[in-house]
Design a protein around this ligand. Structure first.
Ligand code: NAI
Length: 718
């Protein structure tokens, strides 16, 4: 056996130790399930074996779940719903055999147990879990568009009741050992040294090898079906909540609801069949593929810095200089100090930088109040930040991140002043959101060490960092910058230098399309709601208020000055911006008035005056068309970025569009959206919208040719 160690002790207890080779954590590979099957049969049929313990040969982790790198290929291989159901049912039958073979099984869960890993434990008659800070258990399948397909939707509600099980299944929440014990998911907690002996002790006590639900008298805790006391809350309100949060874009949560509702009213064996049927539908659909590919496989690889130039030695930032202690600079200093980096935070005046550091201290104090940190940790973080207006303090910094005003002259000035002090080897990064890096690098004595490091606001929350490679930026500089992003535990994408780079450029098409709709007479509420129904976190009008309309106006002016207005197609919403700022004096949230009203202490709501300012048309478009306009314009702009080489692989585009600018995750990202629709259908959709709304929707010749050839952005995985 290659994945499983099989020992029998002097008491006739079999100990199965799972250790999948070449994997940092155990996952349910086909080899493991096949070997587990043989082992279970041996235990079931060998009279000298009294019972069995299942544990992991990798300390700290039991089994992390299914092998998602394998499942991600299912859709591309054209798997049918029936084949998907069979895949789930085979594993389910193996686990069912464990609980019905007549021999008692104990799970000595010596580390994290997720998804299929926890499902395996749930099929055992006794579970003892390691109580350690990093250990979690849960069924997170929903987060990758699937459901627990090896009995999880059936055993968990039977074990802890439907009301307690539903949130765990629907949110995929991972819980700590104490909560698992309290909920009754495990029978006992133990230490790394004791879990195995606790399991053995239980087995030596001649336990029953019957699961509670296989007893004729079994009743689901709290009841099941439409007459259960909890049904109005769990099923009726639960279904409403599920559709309110998924808007029909995510098929997994309603499928989980169905599995629980239908499956808990029938015997276990029938319930497992029902679960497999729903699992098959999800595995054979595109949403699971999209979520697994972008949010798990590719994001995981990006987090491990997969695109880092290999020939450069690993580096670590010890001392960081942040120029400009405004909203972004403060955030960058804060997350860097939290990651253990010494930070010099510099602004034009000591007063400004002191204010900024006080802001960081206030955020930390808020975390303390919520019990998320401790005072000694706060002291450490704040002690790492030197707040100053003195450039001499930048001496010894190995990286600078510049976040002063978005003005070329000011950026050039601080670049020169910092470079006069920092070591020759230091990397200089600009957090500019729009100004081309190659141009900014002209102010630098070392343009090879000059790069764009574009954070998103709020820096503490947003996981993405867009790295922009200038014409002269060296491989070594890219590698060092990626290492810094790795230190912060954020997700990097790497893009080429171009005004607006990738994310700001594509994001601009979203806001502009929304503003254009206002001009076209679409009801503001329809615009905002359609965006949310499509899966965007906020509508284009709300987000325009957030970033301020004055900022959009200054970007337009910059585009005019650079002769880029046409290229950007951004002008389509400009009349709205000009009217809101110059005429109506409603420049955005920061100023207390924009497309929305911001009453003090009350809920924001759309400004009633929009009706007069932008009179709605008599005939309103269908909500589907509004959704399509927003999704299509962003996907099309991404395709243009790909064509122009701004992004060189679909992975960066997809991760960047979801993590940076709120493109709906169910799509897998802007380019996965095109692939999922099919290149031909997408081009036809663009052409239809171009006829209705203007040439900005016209696909390029390059895209049309690709569509004709049926070329996908991602080659199908074998
Ligand atoms: P901000 O206006 O909040 O902060 C800028 C800071 O720079 C101010 O504290 C100002 O006193 C300081 N500063 C100006 N001139 C200086 C000088 N000569 N020497 C030292 N300090 C100086 O601006 P924010 O929003 O933090 O933006 C900073 C940069 O980050 C800009 O380039 C912006 O485009 C970019 N950015 C902004 C994002 C946002 O959402 N606000 C997102 C991503 C990038």
């Amino acid at each position: 056996m290659t994945t499983l160690k099989f020992d029998i002790d002097t008491h006739g207890i079999a100990v199965l130790s799972i250790d999948v080779p070449e994997r940092p954590m155990n996952v349910l590979t086909p080899e493991l399930t096949s070997e587990l099957k043989d082992a279970v049969e041996r235990i079931a049929t060998d009279a000298s074996i009294k019972g069995a313990i299942i544990t992991s040969g990798k300390p700290g982790s039991f089994v992390a779940g299914a092998d998602l790198k394998d499942l991600v290929t299912a859709f591309d291989k054209g798997i049918s719903a029936a084949e998907g159901a069979k895949f789930s049912y085979e594993l389910s039958m193996l686990f069912r055999r464990i609980e019905t073979c007549g021999k008692p099984f104990a799970a000595a869960i010596n580390g994290l147990a997720l998804g299929g890993g926890l499902e395996l434990c749930l099929a055992c008659h006794y579970r003892v879990l390691l109580d350690a800070p990093k250990v979690v258990v849960g069924l997170p399948e929903v987060q990758v568009g699937l459901l627990p397909g090896a009995g999880g939707t059936q055993r968990l509600p039977r074990l802890i009741g439907i009301m307690a099980a539903l949130p765990l299944l629907l949110q995929g929440k991972q819980i700590k050992p104490a909560e698992a014990l309290k909920l009754g998911i495990v029978h006992a907690l133990g230490t790394a040294e004791s879990v195995l002996s606790q399991a053995r002790e239980w087995l030596l006590g001649s336990p029953s090898a019957e699961q509670p639900w296989d007893n004729k008298k079994f009743k689901i805790p709290g009841g099941a079906g439409p007459m259960a006391a909890h049904a109005p809350q769990s099923f009726v309100a639960g279904n409403a909540l599920t559709s309110a949060s998924t808007h029909g874009n995510y098929p997994a949560p309603p499928a989980i609801m169905s599995c629980v509702y239908e499956g808990t009213q029938v015997p276990m064996d029938v319930g497992l069949r029902i679960e497999s049927k729903y699992f098959g539908k999800l595995l054979s659909g595109p949403v699971a593929r999209n979520l697994i590919r972008t949010m798990f496989v590719n994001k995981g690889a990006a987090d491990k810095l997969a695109m880092r130039p290999k020939n450069v030695e690993k580096s670590k930032v010890q001392k960081l200089g942040v120029l400009g202690a405004g909203m972004m600079g403060a955030g960058i200093a804060h997350v860097s100090a939290k990651a253990g980096i010494e930070v010099v935070l510099l602004d034009a005046t000591q007063e400004q930088v002191d204010k900024s550091k006080a802001g960081i201290a206030a955020l930390q104090a808020r975390d303390l109040k919520k019990g998320r940190t401790a005072q000694d940790k706060i002291d450490e973080i704040l002690n790492r930040i030197t707040a100053t207006d003195d450039y001499a303090k930048l001496e010894g910094c190995d990286l600078i991140v510049e976040a002063v005003f978005e003005k070329r002259e000011i950026k050039a000035d601080v670049t020169r002043k910092a470079e006069a002090v920092i070591p020759e080897s230091a990397v200089f990064g600009s957090n500019t959101s729009t100004l081309p890096i190659t141009g900014l690098a002209q102010a630098s004595k070392r343009p090879k060490q000059f790069i764009g490091i574009h954070f998103f606001s709020p820096v503490e929350k947003m996981p993405l960092v867009e790295i922009i490679v200038g014409e002269q930026t060296s491989e070594e500089t890219i590698a060092k910058t990626l290492d810094y992003v790795g230190q912060l535990k954020k997700t990097p994408i790497v893009v080429r230098d171009f005004p607006g780079f990738f994310t700001s450029r594509v994001f601009g098409t979203f806001t502009q399309e929304g503003l254009r709709m206002l001009l076209d007479g679409v009801q503001p509420a329809l615009i905002e709601n359609a965006a949310k129904l499509a899966g965007f976190p906020v509508g284009p009008l709300a987000v325009s208020d957030e970033v301020t309309l004055t900022l959009q106006q200054s970007i337009f002016k910059q585009q005019d000055a650079d002769g880029l207005a046409d290229k950007y197609r951004g002008l389509i919403g400009r009349p709205v911006v000009d009217k809101m700022v110059d005429e109506l004096k409603r420049p955005g949230k920061r100023f207390g008035a924009g497309f929305y009203e911001y009453p003090e202490g009350g809920q924001k709501h759309l400004w009633a005056g929009l009706k007069e300012a932008f009179p709605p048309a008599k005939q309103q478009p269908d909500v589907e068309e509004v959704k399509q306009r927003l999704l299509t314009i962003m996907a099309l702009e991404t395709a243009r970025c790909f064509e122009e080489g701004v992004v060189s692989n679909p992975i960066d585009a997809d991760i960047g569009s979801i993590l940076g600018i709120g493109f709906p995750p169910w799509t897998g990202g802007t380019l996965s959206y095109i692939d999922t629709l099919g290149p031909k259908a997408f081009v036809e959709q663009c052409q239809k919208l171009a006829t209705q709304h203007g040439p900005r929707f016209e696909p390029s010749e390059w895209l049309v040719a690709r569509a004709k050839a049926g070329e996908l952005f991602y080659a199908p995985q074998a």
